[in-house]
Design a protein around this ligand. Structure first.
Ligand code: ADP
Ligand code: ADP
Length: 227
């Protein structure tokens, strides 16, 4: 079943002769529960694509459909709701709030959305992510691997349909990287969550169901690999 579809996405930065074509006509469709890795050289447009899928950055032209709905076709408020509920973003450098503890960082998006915290889900996630007993720690009291697990918890608290990860293991050693990937795969399978992950690590890219390669803002390869 299709969950996400992008049609002829273009994203240009700058004006006139200084225009950078970050995305130059990207189209693909994603099925619910798929795990896709996105690879490609630095500057090829991968982060730009992920931000557009996440409702963070508007395309210059083209469309993004989530469950058949054109996410940029509505009001700014609808887009904000989409960002809070439908997608979970994970970054290379975690983007945790330094003055908030583990539990507060994890639950912030739910609170910002004006909803009650699902204590059962919080407990389950804290457990799965190996953060039990660290609920009151601040980010700077945690290792890199632990901080990334908190950011995964934050992304998953709202049970988003699609998880978007931009080099989630880019700052971690190989053991911690594989642990993070295992956690993402677990939630991909357990919650039927669609996972789209940018990575430079071939070993990680090959663990996906499907690999999309991007160069100069265009898809150069789109391969189903199976798991
Ligand atoms: P990747 O994630 O593959 O490294 P990006 O999506 O970050 O690539 O960048 C694609 C291109 O767009 C690059 O040439 C980059 O310099 C440019 N770019 C990205 N963001 C901006 C921006 N905010 N302003 C101007 N140019 C940008
Ligand atoms: P990991 O292999 O899980 O990334 P590390 O070897 O980096 O963990 O750290 C081991 C332990 O030291 C962790 O359990 C963490 O709580 C603690 N630790 C790591 N970095 C810091 C830090 N900057 N401040 C306080 N404690 C830290």
């Amino acid at each position: 079943m299709e969950i996400l579809r992008v049609e002829n996405l273009k994203k240009y930065y700058g004006e006139g002769t200084n225009t950078v074509k970050a995305l130059d006509g990207i189209s693909f469709s994603v099925n619910k529960g798929e795990f896709i890795s996105i690879i490609g050289p630095s500057g090829s447009g991968k982060s730009t694509l992920l931000h557009i899928l996440g409702g963070v950055d508007k395309p210059t032209s083209g469309k993004v459909f989530m469950n058949g709905q054109d996410i940029y076709g509505g009001t700014d408020e609808q887009l904000a709701v989409f960002r809070r509920r439908e997608v979970g973003l994970i970054y290379q450098f975690y983007n945790l709030i330094p003055v908030l503890n583990v539990m507060e960082n994890m639950t912030l998006p739910v609170l910002m959305d004006g909803r009650d915290i699902n204590q059962e889900r919080l407990g389950e996630l804290t457990d799965i992510l190996g953060l039990k007993g660290r609920e009151n720690h601040l980010p700077n009291q945690l290792s890199g691997g632990q901080q990334q697990r908190v950011s995964i918890g934050r992304a998953l608290m709202n049970a988003p349909a699609v998880v978007l990860a931009d080099e989630p293991t880019g700052n971690l050693d190989s053991r911690n990287s594989q642990e993070i990937v295992e956690l993402l795969k677990l939630s991909n399978v357990k919650y039927q969550q669609t996972l789209i992950m940018i990575t430079h690590d071939e070993n990680i890219a090959l663990q996906a169901d499907r690999m999309i390669a991007i160069e100069d803002g265009k898809i150069t390869r789109d391969e189903v690999m199976g798991r």
